[in-house]
Design a protein around this ligand. Structure first.
Ligand code: AMP
Length: 116
């Protein structure tokens, strides 16, 4: 899939549209999901232009991959999820039900998630 630079998360990254940013570093940005499915529902996105988990895993540099997941861990700790546990979801492409074509990981916590 070709990366669409006008997707909503690209606009949030460029600060073209507002989001309540809860964490930011050189590699990632995190903000609450606008339609939360759990008491804690944070989206973590890389700063690079990757459409989905497959694209990111296949083509991001080692520094980008490490930076993204280190950032994700900091967000998990910031929200107490490292203690309680959480569900992480990365919907990928059409069959994965992905709506926004910029790679993102959903972090869901604040309650026990229903059986998967
Ligand atoms: P996915 O189906 O994995 O692509 O999930 C996209 C998520 O982005 C959905 O859970 C939406 O609620 C969320 N979302 C869409 N627009 C925004 C926005 N402007 N700020 C925060 N979350 C958003």
């Amino acid at each position: 899939m070709t990366y669409d630079p006008n997707n909503i998360f690209a606009k949030i990254l460029r600060k073209d549209i507002p989001a309540k940013i809860v964490y930011e570093d050189d590699y990632c940005l995190a903000f609450p999901d606008i339609n939360p499915k759990s008491p804690i529902h944070i989206l973590v996105i890389p700063k690079g232009s990757y459409t989905d988990l497959y694209h990111f895993s296949a083509e991001a540099s080692p520094q980008e991959i490490e930076g993204f997941f280190r950032g994700l861990a900091k967000v998990a700790k910031q929200f107490g999820l490292s203690e309680t546990g959480f569900r992480s979801i990365a919907n990928t492409g059409k069959d994965g039900g992905q709506e926004v074509p910029h790679f993102h990981v959903h972090l869901l916590g604040g309650r026990t998630q229903s059986p998967f």
